[in-house]
Design a protein around this ligand. Sequence first.
Ligand SMILES: Cc1cc2nc3c(=O)[nH]c(=O)nc-3n(C[C@H](O)[C@H](O)[C@H](O)COP(=O)(O)OP(=O)(O)OC[C@H]3O[C@@H](n4cnc5c(N)ncnc54)[C@H](O)[C@@H]3O)c2cc1C
Length: 397
Amino acid sequence: MDINYTPEDEIFRADVQEFLAAELPKDLSDKVKAGQKLDGEDFMRWQRILGKKGWLAPRWPQEHGGCGWTAMQVNIYDEEAYVAGAPRVLPFGVNMVGPVIIEFGNEAQKVQHLPGIVRGEVAWCQGFSEPGSGSDLASLKTSAVRDGDHYVVNGQKIWTSYAHFSDWMFCLVRTDPKAPKKQQGISFLLVDMKTPGITVRPIITFDGMHSVNEVFLENVRVPAENLVGEENKGWDYAKFLLGNERTGIAGVGGCKAEFQKLLEIARTEKKNGKPLIEDPLFAAKIARLEIDLRALELTNMRMLSGSGSGLNGAFPSVLKVKGTEVQQRIAELQMDAVGTHALPWQQAAMDPAWNGDTVGPDYAIPRMPAYIDRRKATIYGGTTEIQKTIISKALLG
Ligand SMILES: Cc1cc2nc3c(=O)[nH]c(=O)nc-3n(C[C@H](O)[C@H](O)[C@H](O)COP(=O)(O)OP(=O)(O)OC[C@H]3O[C@@H](n4cnc5c(N)ncnc54)[C@H](O)[C@@H]3O)c2cc1C
């Protein structure tokens, strides 16, 4: 593929910049740039703005409200959105369940769910993992028993990101406990989070934030028409979804914006009276990181453009492993660059309403929580160990 930007790409970039300058609310970009907490309404407000513009689903077919952008355009949009400080688009609707409904859902499900997703009006969460069923996802136990025109669902989900403000959850459930292989007895259900019997409990993570939850399902009656595709074929749809999830996790646009932030900090901080960026050891670490970031970007563009078929089914896993490693190394170097000022844990300063004094420069405040937060990236969406197994099976047989 040609990796140079064409004059049309540059016109597109100017359009994106103009849109962001006009439509991205300043209070949101201020929060994002300062590394402050975003609440559900912050995420959804930005998604509604993108949805109104018709820019929320770059990879969806145009007939369903997608943008039909080229790989280069997707890359340009991501780059500009992160530089401008746009909140990231939560992937659960647009990148995960949306494509599953487009590919495997029936007409009624498409009509009911796709417009709300593509307009950014409906928030979704992913009910896959359970206590004891993370990497070994096919061992999941949440049961769905047919009762007339409903399924009755009982069980527990865990690590359910953003369940606390989601309207719907796509959920893997066991519909045939006697199936000869555990993968064969699983179905894919769409669950309205307002259904009686659902309880969401927060899990507060190490960095003091609330994004993940436990979800308890007790005799939850889900209309049978909310089954996607065929009963007991949910594993196939889940694998399709996980490929999209893992590709998205690489987050190249975000990596590039965070890398720029790293450069700014390294130019500002001093070592032996000189800018840190001139320190040969630090500069060498930055150079190595930049090479890996460029390689990640190219791999992502090969994936988006459909070239590089040699990687077969391994592509999303390669992107997930390398992308999350790069994210962690950027966060680590940002923290190193800030030095001891990254150590005080001023959690209150992460709140937009806080106006007290900070120990070091403002950019030091979110460095430690960001470093801690990124540890999770090599776990969610399937751990690095599991991705390496998938890559080796796909490439080595
Ligand atoms: C922040 C966060 C958000 C998440 N959000 C969601 C969500 O929204 N929805 C959802 O459904 N899930 C979510 N998850 C769950 C996530 O997908 C699981 O945590 C992940 O799949 C790992 O499962 P586990 O935590 O049970 O770890 P385990 O499977 O218990 O793994 C523990 C360790 O053992 C290793 N291991 C396990 N099996 C093997 C093997 N066969 N070979 C080699 N090593 C192995 C793992 O790599 C890991 O290092 C989230 C997780 C996190 C941390």
